[in-house]
Ligand binder design. Sequence first.
Ligand code: GLN
Length: 487
Amino acid sequence: MEELLTKTAAEQRKALLNKEISAVELINEQYKRIEDVEEKLQAFNSLCKEQAIETAKEVDKKIAAGENLPPLAGIPLALKDNINLKGTKTTASSKILENFVSPYDATVSLKLKENLIPILGKVNLDEFAMGSSTENSAFKITKNPWDTNKVPGGSSGGSAASVAGYEATLALGSDTGGSIRLPASFCGIVGVKPTYGRVSRYGLIAFASSLDQIGPFARSVEDAALLLEAISGCDKHDSTSLDIPVAQFSKSLNKDIKGAKIGVIKELLQEGVSPDVKKAIESAIQKYKELGAEIVEISLPLLEHSIGVYYILATAEASSNLARYDGVKYGYRTPDAKNLLEMYTKTRAEGFGDEVKRRIMLGTYALSAGYYDAYYKKAQQIRRLIKEDFDKAFEKVDLLVSPTCPNTAFEIGSKISDPLSMYLTDIGTISANLAGIPGMSIPCGFDTDGMPIGLQLLAPALQEEKMLNLAYKFEQATDFHKKQPCI
Ligand code: GLN
């Protein structure tokens, strides 16, 4: 039974359909596993057992009646705690929302329910998804299942750790500058950031609305493709969601990739990349050659500006999005204020953590009269040029590859007092959000300490099918995804 929890969704589905286990039993086993390891991993902010078991019961009824089941029905999933799920706490791992109960479902939550995917609970993140290590949570520090002294990456650290540590088979996270791909890389699993607009953001607590996307975590490319299919689609509640049909990502995984052109991003394999990561990426490139792909070196000269551009635009949007937490309508309110202004200022001073305050101040400054042109407008212009760099690259190649991160998971506490070095962790991932293109991370090796290394794949907008196909072929030809952490 324990072993079934380490399997992929596709394998667990087989066990359900063959009646080796019922959906309710699977969920109960999953909760037992959570009880066993949660003290070590600290991935969950809250559990929603009743809802999950109700969904599992429905799955069992359908199996008994011989009805058709959606592909991921009954497969246990962990939901990032910045995605609303009606009747459960949605905290964004912030004190300011500590007791906030969602009055409605995010569109992705509704889709999970329609697909009969049981939601186990809400998982930890950096407060308001601001961070790269999950150390910025107001509640707890999630640990990396491969080494509990190390971070799981962030901001969707709870999502990645729960899947890698077998507390869930699937998870959803959000990615504004790398928050799905980075933790997937640090925890040795698959994580996909879809094209901007592919998945509805309705009900996702906004960080930087022009960059945020929700996406899947899974143990295999096929599972990730199935989950992406389940959550994609146009939504009238999100004006930036794209009005295009949902592609059948899982149907085109096994296409031959002979002759595919893969570009290696030169700037992301230069100095600053750890020797172990470099070696793993180089052998991944070699593997693609063996699979028949043609490898080209691609230069993205503006990439070095992506961190600067991101930290102006993301903080500017955040400063505006977070203005709503003022102690009036919902969330935390300071217990002792003498007047209205003090109520606002004390509520925000007490409710937000240091990193969130740092971002609000940076963003407010970037948007202030007199500085707007110098910072915000300039950053928007460079964002455009970065996108054009990608457009040019994709005229030459089908896909770009790079390390997801220049290093593997680091020790808890080692970067927390140095925000700039923390920000640099995202050098490989941020530009995809600025350009709106899809990206993913897949396991491609281990460093000398046994920590996982991630290969990042980037594709042109709306070409997830091609990206997933190339990822699948690599996965089939390698064993990295089969190695298990001993947690
Ligand atoms: N690490 C980046 C940040 O701190 C990205 C976060 C994210 O993608 N949500 O902003």
